[in-house]
Design a protein around this ligand. Structure first.
Ligand SMILES: [Zn+2]
Ligand SMILES: [Zn+2]
Length: 152
């Protein structure tokens, strides 16, 4: 008896690191393309066209649509302590205050609490970039986005 059928054959088209929504952390992935083959006795014979591309986590082996590679990993909550500890050095090192507040927000801190952290770390005096309006700690002299001197 001759059995005809189709089967999927995987071809790896890429690999790298991605944020796996299942593992909730950065993992290695392989990007694969499934080609459907017309098979005889289940031996792949003729490619029947693309059956689709997908991304597979090499740790949990779940598969995702390729768009998963665009997903940005959230800042893990346990980074909050690290962020708070580094507030003074980062802000005085030229990191924009608005960005830092956003990072604290993303790490799970409410806006008001985030601004309090900033005020405690570097005081309430600000330098503002005349070009992009980002604000900086008093110790900062140049906007890192625009490369322009910031004013009081
Ligand atoms: Zn995974
Ligand atoms: Zn600027």
């Amino acid at each position: 008896m001759i059995i005809f059928g189709t089967s999927n054959k995987m071809k790896t088209t890429g690999s790298g690191q991605f944020y796996c929504p299942n593992c909730r952390t950065t993992r290695a992935y392989e990007r694969k393309q499934a080609k459907r083959y017309f098979s005889l006795y289940f031996i792949p014979l003729i490619p029947m066209g693309d059956a689709g591309e997908f991304v597979q986590c090499q740790t949990c082996h779940l598969t995702y649509r390729p768009e998963v590679l665009d997903v940005k990993p959230p800042v893990p909550k346990n980074d909050l302590a690290g962020l708070i500890n580094s507030a003074k050095s980062r802000l005085e090192g030229g990191y924009p205050i608005e960005y830092f507040v956003r990072d604290l927000n993303a790490a799970g801190l409410e806006r008001e609490a985030a601004w309090n952290i900033v005020n405690v770390a570097v005081g309430t005096e600000r330098r503002t970039c005349p070009n992009c309006d980002l604000s900086y700690a008093r110790a900062v002299s140049v906007c890192r986005e625009c490369d322009l001197p910031v004013s009081e």
